[in-house]
Design a protein around this ligand. Structure first.
Ligand code: AMP
Ligand code: MG
Length: 415
């Protein structure tokens, strides 16, 4: 057996981010920039008003109250062609350009328009530059908007759009093929008869890929014959950036994935026994011609998901160019015991975690240990990493990997 750290190092060591492509901004959310991006324009592009109000010359208001002639009304989108002279003001809306001659804005709430609508009483001393958004306040021309290796989030995407940038050089989303292997597997909704089961690994892996913003590719089911597995894998290695199969990596008489792999990719194929439970058998290879990594995960449904989290997802994030490969993992307090037996392995136990009033994440409930019990873990939002030993008691700390940040309960808005 090898440690999970060693298996992980082995997987990651020869992988490199996918070659950058020019990608449309609309498709770029979550991608990682391959080179630095620079501003073409200042932002704001022109001095504009931060408020609905009146554009004035601050010097006109130094006396504390000033009655000014209204010479124009400027809406957002208008060119603002009228010059504001001394003793004059222009009505102005938020986002409208500051007219020539004006240097400040008095908010509407502090101004009173006279009955004839032609003059306005500015009720206070207006500070020079008040409520004016200056050119280049946020971004100046040539400024670096993002370096290489930055994940494109919604705000950065908006910044790029505001610059008129429509494509970015980024590492593409890995296209990841998922193959299920097993003579017992079926996709049929009909009665299956004795011995057959419906495939659950492929749907849950395809969903895991989509949730982590990779592009899932459904490779279907291959029966337990070297020919069928070879056929499915050979094509997939060409067409995908990574390939995952489930089943057939253990020591059973119909476990052919390892031998097929050795035939396909030669000596780079490696079968491991990883000191984890569940998910011990694991095969990995990098296809020497295409450079495509292959992950052979154990077939039990919970093992499959654990293998995905431990080995596949970090590797796919590396391909996608991310510097941070791992799920957030932090120490949490147990609100229930976490029993286990000593077996030389790291136990990976699906749990439900929730933030409590003490500001700490607590492990609220622990799934039954059983690699075939998929429903038992269906509502888990985290995986506890339970070290070898006799287990942990209520009140003890345990390291926990959060796998579903969308379903983290109890994280409250500060009151
Ligand atoms: P294996 O790794 O092929 O020995 O399979 C281990 C266990 O997982 C067996 O009980 C299989 O029937 C089950 N299994 C394998 N593949 C799948 C799948 N795609 N969906 C659901 N169960 C599976
Ligand atoms: Mg099998």
């Amino acid at each position: 057996m090898i440690s999970p750290e060693e298996a992980r190092r082995y997987v990651l060591k020869d992988l490199r981010p996918l070659a950058p492509q020019e990608i449309q901004l609309a498709d770029a959310l979550g991608l990682v920039t391959a080179s630095a991006l620079h501003a073409r324009e200042p932002f704001p592009r022109f001095a504009n008003s931060a408020m609905d109000g009146f554009a004035v010359r601050a010097n006109d208001t130094t006396g504390g109250a000033a009655r000014l002639a209204i010479v124009d009304t400027i809406f957002a989108g208008d060119p603002a062609t009228t010059e504001v002279g001394s003793g004059q003001a222009a009505r102005i809306m938020t986002g409208a350009p500051i007219p020539g001659g004006a240097d400040s804005v008095c908010m509407r709430e502090e101004a009173t328009v006279d009955a004839d609508g032609k003059t306005v009483l500015i009720g206070r001393v207006v500070g020079h530059g008040d409520f004016v958004r200056l050119v280049g306040d946020d971004v100046s021309v040539g400024q670096e908007l993002a370096g290489a290796g930055v994940e494109i989030g919604p705000a950065l995407l908006g910044v790029l759009a505001s610059q008129g940038i429509s494509t970015v050089s980024a590492h593409p989303r890995p296209r990841v093929g998922v193959l299920s292997t097993g003579n017992e597997l079926s996709d049929s909704p009909d009665d299956l008869g004795i011995g057959k089961i419906r495939d659950s690994n492929r749907p849950s892996l395809l969903a895991s890929l989509a949730q982590s913003r990779f592009t899932p590719v459904d490779l279907g089911i291959a029966g337990d014959t070297p020919a069928e597995i070879t056929e499915a894998l050979a094509g997939a290695m060409e067409g995908c950036d990574a390939v995952i199969s489930t089943g057939g990596v253990s020591v059973g008489d119909a476990d052919f994935v390892k031998t097929v792999l050795a035939d396909l990719v030669g000596s780079s194929a490696r079968s491991m026994q990883v000191a984890i439970r569940p998910g011990k058998p694991f095969a990995f290879a990098v296809d020497p011609t295409s450079g495509t990594p292959f992950f052979g995960l154990a077939g039990n449904p919970v093992s499959t998901l654990v293998g995905f989290e431990l080995f596949v997802r970090p590797a796919l994030r590396l391909l996608a160019g991310h510097a941070e490969l791992d799920r957030p993992t932090t120490s949490m307090i147990l609100d229930c015991p976490l029993p286990r037996r000593r077996d030389g392995k790291l136990n990976l136990v699906h749990v439900i975690v929730q933030m409590e009033g003490d500001g700490r994440f607590h492990v609220k409930s622990v799934s039954r240990l059983g690699s075939h019990l998929l429903h038992a873990i269906a509502d888990a939002n985290a995986i506890a990493l339970v070290p070898d030993g006799e287990g942990l008691d209520t009140g003890q700390d345990v390291s926990v990997m959060i796998i579903d940040t969308e379903r983290l309960n109890g994280v409250k808005w500060p009151s």
